[in-house]
Unconditional design. Sequence first.
Length: 169
Amino acid sequence: MIGIARLGLAVAATLLVLAIGTAVFVGSGVYNIGADDHHTRIVLTIIEQLRNRSIAVRAHGIEVPNLGDPKNIAAGAQHYAALCIGCHLAPGVRKSEIRAGLYPHPPDLAEEDVGDAQRAFWIIKHGIKMSAMPAWGKTLNDAAIWDIVSFVRQMPMMTPEAYQQLTAR
């Protein structure tokens, strides 16, 4: 019985020391949160794991509609050109002024395979904290978000000319 009490006391003391240490670290301001100074490897690893697991848990079970309709892809291209190109680029668009200063650096969706439609939908709808990815679900309905998902899944296979034709309308 005394061994269990000691173990409980040791765990409580350890948690208290960790809490105090965390409060001192945060309160000190020593960690640079500026977007022009990258995270340390351990902080980046923790943030990436947190982000990936959080999205996976929440995106699981989202029902995916038909994403192959050319009308939806074209509508998604229009939304993308208006809302997303500055950060995520597009076929024939290789840089933007805002993108250079973002950290973490947003993925180049013209080059990246967006295979998981549920994940893409969730990210577009809810955004990602402290990444400059807004929650478009506050201004777009689910149908418009699915149109964007339809488009970004096709975009890596598009030529700059095909992209221009879709967005020139």
